[in-house]
Design a protein around this ligand. Sequence first.
Ligand code: ZN
Length: 384
Amino acid sequence: MLTRRGRILRVGSTRELKAEARGLKAQWIECRGCVLMPGFVDSHTHAVFAGSRVEDFEQRLQGRSDEQIAAAGGGIRHSARLLRQATREELTERASRFLRQFAEHGTTTIEVKTGYGLDVANELKTLEVIQKVSRRSPLELVPTLLAAHALPPDYEDRRGEYVQLMIRRLIPAVARRKLAEFVDCFCERVAFGVEDCRQVLNAGRRCGLLPRLHAEQLSRTGGSRLAIEVGAASADHLDALSDSDIRALARSDVVATLLPGANFHLGLKRYAPARRLIEAGAAVALATDFNPGTSPTLNMQFILALACSAMSMTPAQAIAAATINGAYALRRAHRMGSLQAGKQADLIVMNLDDYRKIPYYFGWNHCLTTVKQGRIIYSVEARR
Ligand SMILES: [Zn+2]
């Protein structure tokens, strides 16, 4: 592959490209015996957070339910408390460290959601942190407003008021300052119902924020139908889909984004119906859902292994889902997600001679080199 000025110039055999490469005085990156592939596009993360939820993890393993953990002060509200206490500098420093880890594991583009601020000031603070980190990092960040993640404790019996706060104040402020590209909601019995989500997503849409939605994770609430109705870029999780939901998604342009890391971490037996979605004709994407509560991994290679072993996707389907379909889910497929002339040179070199071995040798980091827009941003050699 020959790249120039951050873009893929030509793809072909070494023999075909050699003369032109010499003419351009190209820098040589040795890939012989390795897999060269597009960088991962992680289209669903919550990568700005403070602290961890390791206490919740241990409590759950001791048999406590999520309701008991939340009643004892855990859950999303715990993360919200910590985020509100954290300074912008602390959050920026933490997120920057995560981004270096993303790059080391082969991810070159990352969607990042808010959702631990849960008030106007702290949701804006989170978006400002994403903007700052994005300017410092060679990775591309895609910011999403997810103020409808959980009901803040101070609005316990005033759900409607919180929805109005998002619609009247937060969404217009975010749009005016161009701090987010997408708006998202957690559509679930324990969070926000279909009607609340419809109002928030449509309000976002009117201000120029494109909808995406957490849908049918713990129970079937009709979120996937809402995603289709509002023209969402993506409906995410989808563990509790009905057969007719699958058919409806397959007929729509909504990407079905599956997040098996959450099922794994929570010890759930049920995973999203990946094969049935693919066989019906839906576009399936995979993402880490990197977050402190339900999926504390940022390693897309492990997500590929789960997609194959727990959801019976083939290695080729899993790789497509983690690259080009992730790019579709972020409305960026025209410029990333595959190795085609004209697209951004977002590439990774994997220390394996067969792409099927990426999910086969699970739990390792196979990434040797990460290239973002033609520039080496991580290399194992450089670290030695
Ligand atoms: Zn999520």
